[in-house]
Design a protein around this ligand. Structure first.
Ligand SMILES: Cc1cc2nc3c(=O)[nH]c(=O)nc-3n(C[C@H](O)[C@H](O)[C@H](O)COP(=O)(O)OP(=O)(O)OC[C@H]3O[C@@H](n4cnc5c(N)ncnc54)[C@H](O)[C@@H]3O)c2cc1C
Length: 368
């Protein structure tokens, strides 16, 4: 039922704008409005904070179905979960009550600010600092590549509170867009997910009350990594949706397109490509849904499974979208058809929330 609901919404209210959002590199406001009006913009927020209380699998299905028509728009539910999960996992009751309500209502979005210009894969090498000053913390630094920066009201920011302790000297904070000293860089000019704003976040003497710290001092990096264990599955879902969208489009096209006097779907060379695409997607789906169940239960092997799902599904998305372009021939290579956008959008899923090399490091350290 959930899938039917979200698919109908995605096809009627999000898909019609996907090409324009990409072409104009603009935020998919229509998608945000449609998702908020159906309460699908942040389904993971627990009911006690006014949310829909969807479990990890339901959240994955929402993201998958939105990504099937518009990958940029799927970053609304995905990054709302990424940004707020540190608060849900480690925040005080006061922080949860204050920040999850507006998120659930659709009054505010949440971003996640871990990466920096010189700290990507090696996120613990961050330089952003937070210094205690009485009942306040003062934050200074630059966060880079922050999805939905400028659009989101709230930011989970990881910062160094004890430079002698590396990852154990990092703490997490909630920073608000309206806090004095917060500003944003120009939107990055990207290959894909052009509708999702990616900007730097500048923290210039941002003075916030001490109770905005998420969890204990020094636990911020652990919270950030624990968050990724759960949210990499949402990136797997995004990849899965992009791949399914490309397969669905190509499947229709090959039945219409005629060469040598018959639909190209009649050629076995084409049929084998479609069979391989569908087979890989189904394998990615099973891995992703199983990982979502593990996320919900908090299973001990979640770290491996989340990394495996993200790595596998994103590689499948890249292969399947590239094959979809191939199936459309020259037409597939133009912006008159959606598959080239899907191929460009697929690429990011191999890079963010840890590159696929980093996923392999994570898997190797947590072999079943
Ligand atoms: C569009 C977009 C949106 C993003 N959104 C967010 C966000 O909302 N919040 C956030 O905090 N971050 C975000 N990121 C950042 C993203 O997570 C990082 O770009 C990513 O983790 C890689 O870091 P890097 O770009 O510095 O690459 P680098 O770490 O410099 O990596 C360069 C290359 O070296 C490889 N490499 C690095 N170390 C190793 C190793 N030990 N072994 C083998 N290979 C290695 C990498 O896999 C990669 O191929 C986003 C990035 C993009 C592009």
């Amino acid at each position: 039922m959930l899938r039917e609901t979200i698919r109908a919404l995605a096809e009627s209210k999000i898909a019609p704008f996907a090409a324009a959002v990409d072409e104009e590199s603009r935020f998919p406001q229509e998608a945000l409005d449609a998702l908020v009006s159906s309460d699908l913009h942040a389904v993971h927020v627990p009911e006690v904070y006014g949310g829909a209380g969807a479990d990890a699998l339901a959240t994955v299905i929402v993201i998958e179905e939105v990504a099937r028509v518009c990958a940029s728009s799927s970053l609304i539910p995905a990054v709302n979960k990424l940004g707020s999960l540190p608060v849900i996992l480690s925040g005080s009751e006061e922080l949860k009550a204050k920040y999850l309500g507006p998120l659930a209502k659709g009054d505010a979005m949440f971003s996640y600010a871990l990466s920096e210009p010189d700290a990507g894969s090696d996120a613990a090498g961050m330089k952003t600092k937070a210094v205690r000053d009485g009942d306040f913390w003062v934050l200074n630094g630059v966060k880079r590549w922050i999805t939905n920066a400028g659009v989101s009201e709230y930011y989970t920011v990881m910062a160094v509170t004890d430079p002698t302790k590396r990852s154990k000297g990092i703490s997490a904070f909630v920073v608000e867009k309206s806090d004095e000293g917060v500003s944003f860089g120009a939107p990055e000019k990207k290959l894909g997910i052009k509708g999702s704003p990616t900007r730097e976040v500048y923290l210039d003497n941002v003075r916030i009350p001490a109770d905005r710290m998420i969890g204990e001092e020094g636990t911020g990096f652990a919270t950030a990594m624990k968050t990724l264990d759960h949210t990499r599955i949402t990136i797997a879902a995004q990849a899965l949706g992009i791949a399914q969208g490309a397969l669905d489009y190509a499947k229709g096209y090959v039945q219409e397109r005629k060469q040598f006097g018959k639909p190209i779907a009649d050629f076995q060379g084409i049929q084998f490509m479609l069979a391989d695409m569908a087979m890989k997607i189904e394998a990615a789906r099973q891995l992703t849904y199983a990982a979502a169940a593990k996320s919900e239960r908090g299973d001990a092997d979640l770290t491996f499974q989340g990394a495996a799902a993200k790595c596998f599904a994103s590689d499948v998305a890249m292969e399947v979208t590239t094959d979809a372009v191939q199936l459309l021939g020259g037409y597939g290579y133009t912006r008159d058809y959606p598959v080239e956008r899907m191929m460009r959008d697929a690429k990011i899923t191999q890079i963010y929330e840890g590159t696929n090399q980093v996923q392999r490091i994570v898997m190797a350290r947590n072999l079943p």
